[in-house]
Design a protein. Structure first.
Length: 136
C-alpha cells in the first residue's frame, strides 16, 4: 500500500515537472517572430497557428537537417501535444473551460513547431552558404 502511494506521488511529480518543462520551452519559443519565408513554406496564414497543424509542422521539421540542439525538445513537446489532445477530447463535454485551455496550449505547441522549422531552415541556409564558400 505504501509502495503504491509512493509510486503515485512519484508519477504525479514527474508529470508536473514534464508539464512545467514543456511550457517553459514553449514560452521561450513564443517570443520568436516567424519569418515570412516559413509562413509561406508551411502555409501558415492564421495568427494563432492552429493546434491541428502541429503534426504537419513537425513532419516538415524532420525533413530539415538537425541542428543538434532541439531534437529532445521537439519529442517532448510532441508528447505534451499528444497529452493535450487526449485531455481536450475527453474533457470537451465535461469541462469546456479545461478543453479550451488545452486547445490554446495545442496552438502554442504548433507555434513552437513552426519556430523550430524556421530555425532549421535558417540552419540549412547557413550550411549551404558555408559549403559554397568552402568550394570557392
Amino acid at each position: 500500500m505504501i509502495a503504491a502511494l509512493i509510486g503515485i506521488f512519484s508519477i504525479a511529480a514527474l508529470l508536473q515537472f514534464f508539464v512545467s518543462y514543456c511550457r517553459s520551452v514553449i514560452a521561450a519559443y513564443s517570443k520568436v517572430e516567424l519569418s515570412d519565408q516559413v509562413r509561406e513554406v508551411a502555409g501558415i496564414t492564421a495568427q494563432p497557428v492552429n493546434g491541428d497543424e502541429f503534426r504537419r509542422l513537425v513532419s516538415l521539421v524532420r525533413l530539415c537537417p538537425e541542428r543538434g540542439d532541439d531534437g529532445m525538445e521537439i519529442r517532448l513537446v510532441g508528447a505534451y501535444h499528444g497529452m493535450l489532445s487526449s485531455a481536450r477530447g475527453v474533457l470537451r463535454s465535461i469541462v469546456p473551460a479545461i478543453a479550451a485551455w488545452a486547445e490554446r496550449e495545442r496552438e502554442h505547441c504548433a507555434y513552437f513547431a513552426a519556430v523550430a522549422l524556421d530555425r532549421r531552415i535558417a540552419f540549412s541556409r547557413d550550411l549551404l552558404a558555408q559549403q559554397s564558400a568552402e568550394q570557392i
